[in-house]
Design a binder for this molecule. Sequence first.
Ligand code: NAD
Length: 369
Amino acid sequence: MKIGCIKETLDEKRIALLPQVVEKLTLLNSEVLIEQGLGANLQIPDEAYKKAKAQILDKKTILQTADIILRVKKPSLEEIALLKKGAIYISFLDPFNEPQILDAFIQNNITAISMEMIPRTTIAQKMDALSSQATLAGYAAVILASEQLPRILPMMTTAATTISPAKVFIIGAGVAGLQAIATAHRLGARVDAFDTRAAVEEQVKSLGARFVKIDLGKTEETKQGYAKELTTEQLEKQKQEMTKVLSQSDITITTALIFGKKAPRIITQDMIKQMKPSSIIVDMAVETGGNVEGSALNKTVECNGVKIISGANLAGKVADHASLLYAFNLYSLLQHFWDKEKGFQLKFEDEIIKSSVITHNGKKLFGVK
Ligand code: NAD
């Protein structure tokens, strides 16, 4: 089987294949086709891919000949039209918001695998790119915020006087939030965190943070462990009770998401007005509507002296490690369903394939399982 990897076109520094993963793929008895200059963003020369036994080709040839294409982000409609009929395209595909791309996959008879749809099960952990990228994004959010804060994070006793630790508030303690808590704690900050899922309290405490208790009544989770939307009354109560913590925090990082839906609006302009001037907010939900009123994609906005930083694609800020983890996620997916003679097998009876294949054989499978 031929596995191809082409450069990203959107503003994306990560790449889907690194030489060490190419080498592992060739050991599966596959041919690996790499677009010329694929590693340029990360200063990886074509030579390194050649050494790992990849062929270096142009994009068009790869699209027309590969059986499987690996990438970080979605293809353009033009790229889909060039793909070999029956080929498999694997990347983040944002299927909830990309009906045109889905239609193009269907019309061109492409099997599309959406990395967002890999189930959050124990067996699929090694392929879970949402988690690998969210972990790095959580780390990057704290580093980004601390760079912008005109203060230090740890307590420091000096001959002049004692500096008290910065206060960091993490809203949403899923994968990204937990890593943000751990990072801020390691840097010496005093960390508070809140999540609507009660099960998270223990995890938050085990990382050395304080769990902010807000009684919202009954909150629900999906079978996959994702939070369900709060009612308007619950969200109102959350806002009221969080305001005090917010007004004392130096850094607030919001990571609250509802899978497949718009992110909940948690911080309003009124709440920002009560925050300390020169404090920082990083809105990690900015790409799906934003947790913070006034946050803007790829921009820093100032409101009453509070900087609201876009937390879009923070994994891309540490693109080297993000690519490494992502490439291994892809490898694990391929390897798990690899047959020595026949190559990658689409075993539709398996939960992982059933969940993540969103188009196949000219049909849409997304949302109909
Ligand atoms: P996510 O990115 O969908 O959401 C981030 C966090 O925001 C979640 O913890 C969610 O509860 C929280 N949230 C939603 N609305 C909120 C609100 N109004 N206020 C505060 N917080 C709010 O979550 P995720 O990081 O992708 O994790 C989703 C689930 O998957 C979790 O249960 C996690 O433990 C689970 N998970 C399991 C595995 C595995 O078992 N293999 C791997 C990764 C994640």
